[in-house]
Design a protein around this ligand. Structure first.
Ligand code: C2E
Ligand code: MG
Ligand code: MG
Length: 717
C-alpha cells in the first residue's frame, strides 16, 4: 500500500534486486510494468539470474561485482542510459549499493530528472563557454594595453596607438592614472548603462570603484599592494533589475615598479547571471568544480556565525595560476581546478564547507572537534594539521588528459571565528590579509591572521616605497670585502656587497632588503646599479694599481632578465674594464630552478671571459653533476660550515668533515674553493692545513667602503 503510494507520487520508480550470489538476485521490489519488456518474468519475491542475456546491464555489472565484493558501505552509479522500447525512449540509471551485510542492485526509470539534467548540463556548457570567452577577452585586452602602455613614455597623456586600441575594444575599458583618476574611457564603457532608463550621475569608473569598495573587503589591499584583481560586481537599481558586471583591474608598473597606470576592464555578464538564475543549483554552485560559489559561501558563512560554534576560515590561493593558463591553455587550467576541488573535498568532513570563491581561489570553513575546543592551542593544531594535509595533497602533480602533468603551489591564510572576529565581513578581510601574507612566506606558504601580520604588511609596503625612492635618490653604496690566498696572504679578489644608507645615515644590511627587492622585482634595477657601480669602482681600483678580480652577487630574478648579459657587457665597456676581472656569484638554488637560463647566460658570459662562483655552497641541493656540466670556476663554502670549525671540535664533527670533503672534491674537479666567514686563527689554520686555497672573513677584513678598501695592504696577515 505504502509503496504504491510512493510509486504514485513518483518517489520510487525502480526495480530493486538483492544480490545473493555471483549473478543471482532476489527481486524484492518492482514498481511498474515498464521493466517487463527488458527482463521478462520479474516479479517480487522471485529469484533471477542476471547474466549475458541482459546486455543492457552487462557493462555495469563489471563495475558492480567487485564493488559488492569490497563490502564497504557505498553506492556506485551507472550514469544515465537510454533503451528504446517500441519506439519510445526509456531513460534508465542503475545503482550498486552496499549496505553490509546486504548488497543491492537498483534500476531506476528517470522521467523529468533526465530532461532536467540535460537542461542543466546544456546551461552549464553555455555558461562555461561564455565565461571562458569573457575571461579570455579581458586577458587579451590587458596584455595588449600593458604592452602599449609600457612602450609609451608619457604617463598623463595617452598616445595615439593606445587611444586607437581603446576605441576598438569590444569591452568597456578605462585607463586610470596612478591615483585612480580616469585618463580615458572607451565607447563600450560609456555604453554599459545605455540600456537602462536610469541616469548615471557620476563617471562610470567612479561608480565601478565605489561598487568594488562596498562589495569586496579586499579593495584596500588590492590598491595598497598594487595587485591585479578580477571579480563580479552587482549594480542594483530597484525597481529595475540591476546589472552584473565582470570587472578586472590590472596595474601597469614602470622599471622601478612604480605604478604608472591602472587598466579597468568591464563586461556586462547580466545574461550569464540570468542563465544561472534559471537553475537554482547553478546559481549557488560553481559550474566548473560543482562547489558552492562565492555568493552562496557568504550566505553559509553567515549561518555558521549565527550558530556561534568556533571554526577557522581558510582562504586558499593557487600561486601564479595565470601562468598555468598561459603555458598550458584554459582547458588544462580547468582540469587542474577540477582536480584540486576533488582533492580538497576528499580532505574535508561532512560538516566543513568548501567553496570556489574566485578564479584560482578557494575557501574552507573548518569545523573543530568538540573534544579539543577548550584549549586554544588545540584548535590551532587541528587547523595546522589540516593545512599540512592540504599542502601535501596538492603538491602532488596533476595528470592531464593530454598525458602531460602540471604542478601547482597553494598559499593558505587562516583566521579564527570567534577569536579574531565575530563579524563575517571582517573575518573575510582577515582571511584575505592572511593569504597575502602566506604568499610572502616561501617556506610554509601559510599564515594565520594576527595584528602583527597587519603591521608587517604595512612595514613591507613602507619598505617597498622607501626602496623605490632609494633607487631614484641614489641611497645605495657598494662595499668591498677582500678574498685572500691562504698560502701567501695576498688579496686576490674582492666581493662587492651592497649597503643602503638611509637619509638619516642609518645603514641597512642587504639581508634586510634584498629578499623584499627580490619578491617585488626591484632587484632588477638595484642589481643593475650594483653591476654598473662595481665596474666603475674596478676602474678606480686599477688606476690605483690594485688589479684584482671583483665578484658581484646575482639574484634569481636577475637571471630571468633577458637584458642582463647585454647590460653587463655595456657596463664593462663603458668603464673600460677587463671582463676577465669580473666574476658573478650565483646560489645553488638558481642552478637547479633555472638551469636552462643559467646555462645560456653562462655560455654568453664565458665568451667575454667572465668567471662564475657558486655562493653559500652546501646550503642548497646542487650536485657535482651540475658543477661539472656548467663548468663552474669557484665554489664558496658557506659560513655556517666554517663557523663550526672550533678548537673544541678538533675537526671531528660532521661540518669539519663536509669542509674537508668539499675541498677534496673541488680539487678533483679542478674547481677553485673560497671559505666564507673566517673569523678565527684556528679556522684559518685548519683551512690552510687541508689545503683550502682561499678565504674571506672578518679575520682579514670586514666589507669596506672603496676609500678604505684602497688603503688595505696588498697582503693580509
Ligand atoms: P653573501 O654573498 O654570502 O656575502 C657574504 C656575507 O657574509 C656578507 O654579508 C659579509 O659581510 C658576510 N661575512 C663575510 N665574512 C664574515 C665573517 O667572518 N663573519 C660574519 N658573521 N659574516 C661575514 P652582507 O654584506 O650582509 O650580505 C649578505 C647577503 O646579502 C650576501 O651574502 C648576499 O647574498 C646578499 N647581497 C649582498 N650584496 C648583494 C648584491 O649586490 N646583490 C645581491 N643580489 N645580493 C647581495
Ligand atoms: Mg656572495
Ligand atoms: Mg655567501
Amino acid at each position: 500500500m505504502v509503496t504504491s503510494l510512493f510509486t504514485e507520487l513518483g518517489l520510487i520508480d525502480c526495480v530493486i534486486f538483492k544480490h545473493i550470489g555471483a549473478h543471482e538476485f532476489e527481486v524484492i521490489y518492482k514498481a511498474d510494468s515498464w521493466f517487463d519488456p527488458l527482463i521478462q518474468g520479474v516479479s517480487a519475491g522471485h529469484n533471477i539470474e542476471i547474466d549475458n542475456n541482459f546486455p543492457f546491464l552487462l557493462d555495469f555489472m563489471q563495475d558492480a561485482i567487485p564493488h559488492w565484493q569490497a563490502k564497504a558501505a557505498n553506492v556506485i552509479d551507472s550514469g544515465i542510459w537510454t533503451e528504446t522500447i517500441q519506439g519510445h525512449p526509456l531513460r534508465l540509471e542503475a545503482q550498486a549499493i552496499n549496505n553490509p551485510p546486504h548488497s543491492y542492485l537498483v534500476v531506476h526509470r528517470l522521467k523529468d530528472k533526465f530532461e532536467k539534467k540535460q537542461q542543466t548540463l546544456q546551461l552549464a556548457r553555455e555558461l562555461l563557454l561564455s565565461n571562458d570567452q569573457i575571461t579570455a577577452r579581458h586577458e587579451q585586452l590587458e596584455k595588449r594595453m600593458a604592452d602599449l602602455l609600457n612602450s609609451s613614455s608619457a604617463i598623463h597623456t595617452l598616445e595615439q596607438p593606445i587611444i586607437q586600441a581603446l576605441e576598438q575594444a569590444e569591452i568597456g575599458v578605462a585607463v586610470l592614472d596612478e591615483r585612480l583618476q580616469m585618463l580615458k574611457g572607451n565607447p563600450a564603457l560609456q555604453a554599459l548603462f545605455s540600456d537602462t532608463s536610469v541616469e548615471i550621475k557620476q563617471p562610470i569608473d567612479r561608480l565601478l570603484l565605489e561598487l568594488f569598495k562596498k562589495q569586496y573587503p579586499e579593495y584596500e589591499r588590492i590598491f595598497a599592494t598594487h595587485s591585479p584583481w578580477s571579480g563580479e560586481l552587482c549594480w542594483l537599481n530597484p525597481p529595475e533589475q540591476g546589472k552584473w558586471l565582470k570587472v578586472s583591474i590590472y596595474p601597469i608598473k614602470d622599471g622601478l615598479r612604480h605604478i604608472k597606470n591602472w587598466i579597468l576592464s568591464v563586461s556586462d555578464v547580466t545574461q550569464v547571471k540570468f542563465l544561472l538564475k534559471r537553475n537554482e543549483k547553478l546559481s549557488h554552485y560553481d559550474v566548473l568544480t560543482d562547489l558552492p560559489n562565492r555568493q552562496y559561501f557568504w550566505q553559509q558563512l553567515e549561518d555558521r556565525a549565527l550558530r556561534g560554534k568556533p571554526f577557522f576560515l581558510l582562504y586558499l590561493d593557487i600561486e601564479k595560476f595565470k601562468r598555468v593558463n598561459e603555458l598550458h591553455g584554459h582547458a588544462t587550467g580547468d582540469q587542474v581546478l577540477i582536480g584540486l576541488a576533488k582533492r580538497l573535498s576528499s580532505l574535508t568532513r561532512m560538516d566543513d564547507l568548501i567553496a570556489r570563491i574566485g578564479g584560482a581561489e578557494f575557501a574552507v570553513v573548518l569545523g573543530l572537534d568538540d573534544l579539543n575546543t577548550q584549549h586554544l592551542h588545540n584548535e590551532y593544531n587541528q587547523c595546522k594539521a589540516f593545512i599540512r594535509e592540504v599542502i601535501n595533497a596538492c603538491s602532488l602533480p596533476f595528470y592531464l588528459e593530454s598525458g602531460g602533468r602540471c604542478e601547482i603551489q597553494l598559499n593558505i591564510g587562516a583566521t579564527s571565528f570567534p577569536k579574531d572576529s565575530k563579524n563575517i565581513e571582517e573575518l573575510i578581510k582577515f582571511a584575505d590579509i592572511a593569504v597575502s601574507a602566506a604568499k610572502n612566506s616561501p617556506e610554509t606558504h601559510t599564515a594565520f591572521y594576527s595584528q602583527k601580520l597587519v603591521e608587517d604588511a604595512l612595514k613591507r609596503v613602507q619598505m617597498e616605497n622607501a626602496l623605490q625612492t632609494a633607487i631614484t635618490d641614489n641611497e645605495f653604496e657598494l662595499f668591498f670585502q677582500p678574498i685572500i690566498n691562504l698560502s701567501s696572504g695576498q688579496v686576490i679578489k674582492a666581493e662587492a656587497l651592497i649597503r643602503w644608507r638611509k637619509i638619516d645615515g642609518a645603514l641597512v644590511s642587504p639581508t634586510d632588503f634584498i629578499p623584499l627587492a627580490e619578491q617585488t622585482g626591484l632587484i632588477v634595477p638595484i642589481g643593475k646599479w650594483v653591476i654598473n657601480q662595481a665596474c666603475k669602482q674596478m676602474k678606480v681600483l686599477s688606476e690605483a694599481g690594485k688589479i684584482i678580480k671583483i665578484s658581484v652577487n646575482l639574484s634569481p630574478r636577475q637571471i630571468a632578465d633577458r637584458q642582463l648579459f647585454s647590460f653587463i657587457k655595456q657596463s664593462l665597456n663603458k668603464h673600460k674594464v677587463n671582463p676577465c676581472q669580473f666574476e658573478i656569484e650565483l646560489t645553488e638554488g638558481v642552478l637547479i630552478d633555472d638551469y636552462d637560463k643559467v646555462q645560456h647566460l653562462l655560455s654568453e658570459l664565458r665568451t667575454l671571459g667572465i668567471s662564475v662562483a657558486i655562493d653559500d655552497f652546501g646550503t642548497g641541493y646542487s650536485s657535482l653533476a651540475y658543477l661539472q656540466k656548467l663548468a663552474i670556476d669557484h665554489i664558496k663554502i658557506d659560513r655556517s660550515f666554517v663557523m663550526s670549525l672550533t678548537a673544541s671540535n678538533q675537526g671531528q664533527d660532521s661540518d669539519s668533515a663536509i669542509v674537508l670533503a668539499v675541498i677534496a672534491m673541488a680539487k678533483s674537479l679542478n674547481v677553485g674553493v673560497i671559505a666564507e666567514g673566517v673569523e678565527t686563527d684556528y679556522q684559518k689554520r685548519f683551512l690552510q692545513e687541508c689545503n683550502c686555497p682561499s678565504a674571506q672573513g672578518f679575520l682579514f677584513s670586514k666589507p669596506l667602503p672603496i676609500e678604505q678598501f684602497l688603503r688595505l695592504p696588498a697582503q693580509l696577515p
